[in-house]
Ligand binder design. Structure first.
Ligand SMILES: [Zn+2]
Length: 240
């Protein structure tokens, strides 16, 4: 059964109310959620589900379920499980998620500084990376850092745009990431637009203004194979 994905419309929700619709070996499914399930290179959220009696069910990870848009909340080993139909209060680990949002959005910006097909990527709370199909000699860490930070300093608001599958098919240049095809079948595809900088399909969570990224530094650049040159970045300082 599909889950209402509240983070899609508002990535800044730190808590919400939901009802349990299923419990399985994999975890807990709710009628709606603020927990982002691992996908598109972004790790799943952690946090807690609070019962009416004050009991706290720790959630250690979030994954996609089998049905389209279904989400499975994975409880800590040994946690008490709620009842189907029970109303819960959801709380995500906001500090961790906000770091993920800042890093994720930073990778969108960096993908416009390094002009090459993206072959992979990953975002964890302390660092993010993108892999590019490019010659090693074309990658200069200082330049990437300087130009990415210069774009971040433009402090523009990000926008979510929806287009139809057919519109996306007509604009294949929008798809930079060869390893992650945007999800199809729902009839529409979600894009992240950073005006004047980037436009690409993405279902992840982003900051509302790129100034919130603060700044980035390049941790390292290394070859992971002929078509994979990996650039790893971290955030510098606090969100603006
Ligand atoms: Zn994104």
């Amino acid at each position: 059964m599909s889950t209402g994905l509240l983070f899609r419309d508002d990535a800044y929700l730190k808590s919400a109310s939901a009802r349990v619709v299923a419990i399985s070996e994999r975890g807990i499914e709710l009628d709606c959620t603020i927990f982002y399930p691992q996908g598109g290179g972004q790790v799943g959220d952690s946090g807690a589900l609070l019962r009416a009696n004050g009991e706290r069910i720790a959630i250690v990870d979030t994954r996609k379920g089998e049905a389209l848009d279904s989400v499975v909340h994975i409880p800590a080993p040994g946690a008490t499980l709620p009842q189907v139909g029970e109303a819960l209060t959801l709380e995500i680990d906001w500090e961790r998620r906000y770091a993920l949002m800042r890093l994720h959005t930073a990778l969108h910006v960096m993908s416009c500084v390094v002009v090459a097909p993206v072959t992979g990527g990953n975002i964890s709370p302390d660092k993010g990376r993108l892999d590019f199909d490019i010659e090693m000699s074309l990658l200069d860490g200082e330049r990437i850092e300087r130009e990415t930070n210069a774009l971040i300093a433009r402090a523009v608001d990000t926008e979510t745009v929806w287009i139809t599958d057919a519109e996306l098919d007509a604009r294949p240049e929008l798809i930079k990431t060869m390893s992650v095809q945007p999800p199809r079948g729902a009839g529409r595809v979600r894009l992240l637009r950073i005006p004047g900088i980037d436009l690409q399909p993405c279902g992840g969570t982003h900051v509302g203004n790129i100034a919130e990224i603060g700044g980035i530094r390049v941790l390292r650049i290394r070859s992971e194979g002929k078509r994979n040159k990996r650039i790893e970045i971290a955030l510098t300082g606090k969100a603006n």
